[in-house]
Design a protein around this ligand. Structure first.
Ligand code: PMP
Length: 322
C-alpha cells in the first residue's frame, strides 16, 4: 500500500515476492525513516488460522509512525493487509505445535531526495515466512551480557518505537555479548547504567516466588505485546504481576539470597525464554540453578496454549481468519 502527501493511502496490491528497485537517493537509505512490526499466525485445532492481538501490533505501528514523522496506517488496513497475505496461501501456516507463520509488516520512505526532512511518499508492505519452534530440542536457557558500555535508547529518543535505527545501534553490543560467550544483550538505562530495561529483541520478567515483575515502560524500551499479555495471563493464573524498577545490584543480590527465583525474557519470536546466566564487566553469576523455572514454563505453556487454540481466549485476543 502506498502513501503520498495529499492523497493518503492508495494502490493496495498483492504481488509475488520480488526484489525492489531503489533509487540511490531514496531517503530511507540515508535518513532511516523506517518502522516495522513482528507478529505470528498460528494454526488452530480445527484447522483454521488465527493471529494474536493484531490490533496491538497495529497500534504500536501507529505509535512508531508518529515518532518517526511517518503517516499512520489505520488499524483496519493494517489487519486487512496481513489477513490478505496469509489467506493467499494459508497452507503455509505450519500445523504442528509451536510452529507458526511469522509476519513482518513494515514501512519506509520512497521519496528521492537528499534534504533532511520527513519524506512525503511511503510504502507499507507485509512479508511472511514460516517459523519453526524457536527451541528445536526443548527450551534452553539463554546467557545474557549486561551492556555497560553501549546504550540502546535515551529519554526523548526513539527507544519506544520499532524503528530500524534502534536495531542498527544494537549490533555492536550484540557482537560484544557474543565475544563474551553470551547469547543476548541486556540493555541498561542510559543515565545511571544501572536499571534493567530489556533485551535485544525481548522484554524481561523477574520472578519472586509467585510475584512477577517487569521493568516499567520508561519511554526508552519497546512496549512488547508479549510483555503486556503476560501481565494479564499471570494474573489469570493467580500470580501477582506488576511493573517496577530492577537494578543490576537487585538482580545479583536477590538471586544470591534466593528471593529472585527465576528470570525470563519474552517476545513474539521466542515466546518465553528462560535466562540461565548473567555476565558483565564486573561480575558473572548463574541465575537460580541455571535451568528453566516452574513459573517460566507455566506461563510459557499458558501463552502458547492460548495462541494455538488450546486455552480459552477469555480476553478476545485471537483474530480468526477462517
Ligand atoms: N524489545 C525489542 C527491542 C523487540 O525488538 C521486541 C520484539 N518485537 C520485543 C521487545 C518484544 O516485543 P513483542 O512481545 O511485541 O514481540
Amino acid at each position: 500500500i502506498k502513501w503520498t502527501e495529499g492523497r493518503g493511502w492508495h494502490d493496495a496490491e498483492l504481488v509475488p515476492y520480488a526484489p525492489l528497485s531503489i533509487d540511490p537517493a531514496n531517503m530511507t537509505l540515508h535518513y532511516a525513516q523506517t518502522i516495522f512490526e513482528g507478529m505470528k499466525a498460528y494454526r488452530q485445532p480445527d484447522g483454521t488460522v488465527a493471529t494474536f492481538r493484531p490490533e496491538a501490533n497495529a497500534e504500536r505501528f501507529q505509535a512508531s509512525a508518529r515518532r518517526m514523522a511517518m503517516p499512520e496506517l489505520p488499524t483496519e488496513l493494517f489487519i486487512e493487509a496481513c489477513d490478505a497475505l496469509i489467506k493467499q496461501d494459508s497452507a503455509w501456516v505450519p500445523s504442528s505445535g509451536e510452529a507458526s507463520l511469522y509476519l513482518r509488516p513494515f514501512m519506509f520512505a520512497t521519496e528521492v531526495g537528499l534534504g533532511v526532512r520527513p519524506a512525503n511518499e511511503f510504502l507499507f508492505m507485509v512479508i511472511a515466512s514460516p517459523a519453526g519452534a524457536y527451541f528445536a530440542g526443548g527450551v534452553k536457557p539463554v546467557s545474557v551480557w549486561l551492556s555497560e558500555e553501549y546504550v540502546r535508547a535515551v529519554k526523548g529518543g526513539t527507544g519506544a518505537a520499532k524503528t530500524g535505527g534502534n536495531y542498527a545501534a544494537s549490533l555492536v553490543a550484540q557482537a560484544q555479548a557474543a565475544a563474551h560467550g553470551c547469547d543476548q544483550v541486556v540493555w541498561l538505562d542510559a543515565v545511571e547504567h544501572r536499571w534493567i530495561e530489556e533485551m535485544g529483541g525481548m522484554n524481561l520478567y523477574f520472578v519472586y516466588g509467585d510475584r512477577i515483575v517487569t521493568p516499567e515502560l520508561t519511554g526508552s524500551l519497546l512496549p512488547g505485546i508479549t510483555r503486556d499479555s503476560l501481565l494479564t495471563i499471570a494474573r489469570d493464573l493467580g500470580y501477582t504481576a506488576e511493573e517496577g524498577r530492577i537494578s543490576t545490584e537487585d538482580w545479583k543480590r536477590d538471586n544470591e539470597n534466593g528471593t529472585l527465583t527465576e528470570v525470563f525474557a519474552c517476545g513474539t519470536a521466542a515466546v518465553i525464554t528462560p535466562v540461565g546466566s548473567v555476565k558483565s564487566d564486573k561480575a558473572s553469576w548463574t541465575q537460580g540453578d541455571g535451568e528453566p523455572g516452574e513459573v517460566t514454563m507455566k506461563l510459557r505453556k499458558a501463552l502458547l496454549d492460548l495462541q494455538t487454540g488450546h486455552r480459552a481466549d477469555t480476553h478476545g485476543w485471537m483474530h480468526p481468519l477462517g
